[in-house]
Structure formats: C-alpha cells, structure tokens
Design a protein around this ligand. Sequence first.
Ligand code: CP
Length: 313
Amino acid sequence: MKHLLSIADLTRGSAVELLDEAERFEQALLGREVHKLPTLRGRTVMTVFFENSTRTRVSFEVAGKWMSADVINVSASSSSVSKGESLRDTAMTLRAAGADALIVRHPASGAAHQIASWTAGHDGGPAIINAGDGTHEHPTQALLDALTLRQRLGDIEGKRIAIVGDILHSRVARSNALLLSMLGAEVVLVAPPTLLPVGASSWPVTVAHSFDAELPGLDAVLMLRVQAERMNGGFFPSQREYSINYGLSEKRLALLPEHAVVLHPGPMLRGMEIASAVADSPRAAVLQQVTNGVHMRMAVLFRLLVGAEEVAG
Ligand code: CP
C-alpha cells in the first residue's frame, strides 16, 4: 500500500492488520514514562491542512513524534496558499522539501487523490494520507472507530451499527459504512431523507428514517456532527426538528441494549445531535476514540513508511 486515500485501498485482511498493529503500538507504549519509539527516525512527515482540525491534526503529529519522525505542520492560512499559490505548486514544493509522507485535509472531494497523482514521479513520491477530503472520505477516522468498536464489542462481525444524522455532508459516514461492512457489520444509515446522499443506495448498507424504531436492535450508534458550514445557510429539517427526531437524548440512550456503545467522531454539538449527559456517560467512547486515533495513525504511518514485513515495537 503506497497511499491511504480511501477505504477502497484496503482489503479486509489489511484493515484487520492495521487494527492489530495499532494495538501493538498501544502495548509497546504502555507504562513507558517516555513516549518515544525509534521506528520513523530520519523520516519527514508533513501535515497539510486546508480546513480546521483538532483531533486529526494533533493525533497525526503526536503519532509521528512518538515514532521519532520529524513532523512539520503546514496550515493554509500561514502558508503561501494565502498569497494565491495553487494546490499543485504547494504539494510539489513540499515534495521537493523532502516529505516522506503528506497528510492532507482539503474541502474538495478528491483533493488527496489529485495530490497523489501529481507527486508520484519516477521514485513514487511521498505517501499521501487522506485526512478528510470534502464530503468524500476520512479513512483513518473509520479505522480508529473500528478499533474502538472492536475493543468495546469484542468483534465487529455480525454487529448492527447505526450511523446517524447528517450523512449527506459526512466523509466519516462513507468511510465507516464501507469499512464496517467490509469487516462484517450490518450497517444502517439513519437520517432524514434530505440529509442522505443520492448515491447512498449503492453503499453496502440499509437506510432507515426512524431512529426510535432502530434503537432496541443496535450494538452501536455512531452519531455525526451536523455540518452547517456545508449547507449554504439552509437547514432542513429545522435544527429543532432534527434534534427532536435524530438527537441522541438520555431517553433514547435508555432504549439501546445495555451493551450498546455510542461513538461520535467530534467535534460534538452538545444539545443538538447528542445530549451532554450521553456524551459524558460511560456508554460513550468519545475520548477512547481520540486515544485510539493516535495509535491507529502510528499504525498507518508505520505501514506506509516502513512496510508490512516488520513488526511494531
Ligand atoms: N474527527 C475529526 O476529523 O475531528 P477534527 O476535525 O477535529 O480533526
């Protein structure tokens, strides 16, 4: 695997290997006072973010530093992009400056694929990791969610998992639907018809509009953020209606089976798509997802920059 641009770059086997590798990194760091492995010494990892981020950017930076890589963060606002430099010139500049890996977030769907084709060159160019491209994909988020679900539920195979909310604008929804179904889960998208993409009928999922009807049969609920910034000022149903019908309230939490777990990729809109009491309850795995994000991003960097033949440690 040269790049991680979408879940289509993975097979079921390679996805499971990444889950296992992330857990090996967690074990390798357990109880250590100093979080430092020599794994990527001498490698240069650059994060290039054209959209804001807390979790993804920070966890890639922590992952790279814990593996002794040189990590450089490039943000669009403080780079020459603000002077009008093109995406291609920016990517080629970072390649020429010595990037072994470029971790890219961009508002345009397909941006990471485009950068991978520009930077390939005769030597293959840097590894490109898609850290979220428009409404398309966010593969490392899906991998860390799968890791969290495996830890909480024991296995993903055969589990019924609902992805709830603003599916239309969510790259997290698409990557999770593809990965979780590849791992054997039964995935149901729960959303109002106006927040479902037209192409969702071709995803390996079922679709439901009543959250309440689904709750008793679920093993996990993956709540999504409502992405008002991608709605051009329009919001239908209204925020109030959305919250009443699709918000995860304490009352709805009580309708889930006791073993069922709640995930949210963050950032959360408390009181809108998830009640604070639910987000902070032991049933929610929100902070476990963040911690797993570091270990999963270590596994992905390791796999892309060192290869499959060596083991973590
Ligand atoms: N889940 C996620 O992508 O969060 P950030 O936007 O904070 O990176």
